[in-house]
Design a protein around this ligand. Structure first.
Ligand code: ZN
Length: 81
């Protein structure tokens, strides 16, 4: 089993949620997410943003959108998970 890194989770999350990733990629992705608290948080935030993005237009963003984005960006910028 090849383990993926936090940066790989960030890179793959969109494919995973869109169902475009293969079985092996999904196994590695969720294997890492299970082990990594930072990536669990990131995944939860990403799902939330994706949900919101599916419902609203750019002119109709929720008041806490910037807050959520800043949180996610801070998490991604952390040197290591
Ligand atoms: Zn991670």
């Amino acid at each position: 089993m090849v383990y993926i890194k936090c940066t790989d989770v960030v890179a793959k999350v969109s494919d995973i949620l869109d169902g475009e990733a293969g079985r092996l990629t999904r196994m590695r992705f969720y294997g890492h997410v299970m082990m990594c608290r930072n990536c669990r948080r990131y995944l939860a935030q990403f799902k939330r943003i994706k949900e919101l993005a599916g419902k609203v237009t750019p002119d109709d963003l929720p008041p806490d959108f910037d807050q959520v984005m800043n949180f996610v960006i801070r998490e991604i910028d952390k040197p290591d998970g």
